[in-house]
Design a protein around this ligand. Sequence first.
Ligand SMILES: Cc1cc2nc3c(=O)[nH]c(=O)nc-3n(C[C@H](O)[C@H](O)[C@H](O)COP(=O)(O)OP(=O)(O)OC[C@H]3O[C@@H](n4cnc5c(N)ncnc54)[C@H](O)[C@@H]3O)c2cc1C
Ligand code: FES
Length: 274
Amino acid sequence: LRMPEHYPRPAAIERVLRRDERTVTLLFRDARCAEALPGQYVMLWVPGKGEFPLSLSHAEPEEALAGVTVRARSERTRFFLELKEGQRVGLRGPLGTWFTAKMGEALLVGGGTGLAPLLLLARQLARLGSRATLIAAARTSSELLFREELEALAPSSLRLLYATEDGTAGVKGLATDVLEAELEARAPSALYACGPEPMVARVVRLALGRGIYVEASLERPFKCAMGACGACALGGFLLCKEGPVLGPRELALASDELGIYTRDHAGRRVSLHG
Ligand SMILES: Cc1cc2nc3c(=O)[nH]c(=O)nc-3n(C[C@H](O)[C@H](O)[C@H](O)COP(=O)(O)OP(=O)(O)OC[C@H]3O[C@@H](n4cnc5c(N)ncnc54)[C@H](O)[C@@H]3O)c2cc1C
Ligand code: FES
């Protein structure tokens, strides 16, 4: 009997991989999440702490192994750093839309934990034999996620370009600086983006302005994750169900809001320009 996707399933954390001072990858055995497509997310419930939407960074169907990579952004999420192997959690999912792998020259742009779904996409593209470039960005080199995994795909299956704000790895600057230089040199057949919203908004505008096919994964507060409460609305789309990955048509329709304002957990508009 296959439970409906919104019925929480118990799972145990099988491995914890420490990435940096505030980021961990949690691996769990779950056949359904292990079949997730790149860009899909899981609602991870930690007893006593709450339920969090997290993109799947790992999905290995042969081993029924799946994983998420969480960065503790505030006091509320610091507990993630203390989770231990064997700890029981609840899972709903995999949920939401996914990146559609197109053949040709794919260009992936990711910053911070936005690299999580792009790691899965880069692996899928490598399996399909597609030639992809990934611009991976962070504030500083120690916060660049998945270097080992990504460097294992490069150079045969992935062209890897780094950007750090302090210049400690790759180009000194933002992911979008590297992207602009890339777009001067070649036109990709598809652009895929995930990361801080100002970055994603800039990638989307560059792509739409040049007529390049683009998909982006976006964040808003998620509560029900089943299209019922409206907390996750962005530009008329419910991101928990119609996203988190939006295509070019939806991104163009959401452009009045994308990168301009978000919403807090009480639904109030919050400017993204500080
Ligand atoms: C589709 C999707 C995929 C995501 N994937 C990832 C991922 O791969 N890795 C990752 O690290 N994060 C991911 N996130 C973000 C993650 O789910 C959490 O939103 C984030 O970790 C929350 O961080 P925070 O509460 O520490 O900080 P913030 O979201 O910056 O919140 C700041 C403050 O808001 C308040 N607040 C926030 N949420 C609530 C709440 N529910 N109830 C009450 N108060 C609240 C708290 O006071 C908190 O300190 C994803 C989000 C979405 C929507
Ligand atoms: S989180 Fe409730 S509608 Fe999306």
